[in-house]
Write a protein that binds this ligand. Structure first.
Ligand code: SF4
Length: 159
């Protein structure tokens, strides 16, 4: 049987969801025995590959790069899973929404300002499912390791 092609992605989040993923410790080895990890911030991956079976996506969509990455993930992935509250509902990453983009940038960068030519910020931070179709949601800040484990084990039919 062909190994499942697994990816994990970090959009606008704090990496805490990936820490929770790593917190599975030795159970990660059981998962990796059934999968090829083909893209992740945990490895030196440059380009999101085609033919990914399962993608765990941490973080909200807060800028142009996030939006483009979300589009590519959806196009190249069978099952997209929102990992954690920032992906599920915006959470901490969306705290700037009520304040407004201009006020947030002004407070954060002062006279220097933001350089939109580097990465244009979205007017509002959005949860992933408002940008692309999402197949499953793992809520929590961060989501509990047991929840992540259950979701992956069920999809890999390891339970
Ligand atoms: S859900 Fe919580 S732990 Fe995960 S990226 Fe957002 S703030 Fe960090």
């Amino acid at each position: 049987m062909k190994p499942v092609r697994l990816a994990t992605i970090w959009l606008s989040g704090c990496s805490g969801c990936h820490m929770s993923l790593l917190n599975m410790h030795q159970e990660l080895l059981e998962i990796l025995a059934q999968c090829n990890l083909v893209y992740s911030p945990l490895m030196d991956s440059k380009e999101y590959p085609y033919g990914v079976d399962i993608a765990l996506v941490e973080g909200a969509v807060a800028n142009e790069d996030n939006r483009e990455m979300a589009r590519i993930i959806r196009q190249r992935t069978g099952t997209v899973i929102s990992l954690g509250d920032c992906a599920v509902n915006g959470n901490v990453s969306a705290l700037r929404n009520p304040v407004g983009l201009a006020a947030t940038v002004g407070r954060s960068y002062g006279e220097t300002g933001w350089m939109p030519e580097l990465n244009r910020l979205e007017a509002r931070v959005l949860p992933l499912h408002q940008v692309i179709r999402v197949d499953a949601f793992l809520p929590g800040c961060p989501p509990d390791s047991a929840l992540i484990r259950q979701e992956i084990f069920e999809r890999l039919k390891l339970t």
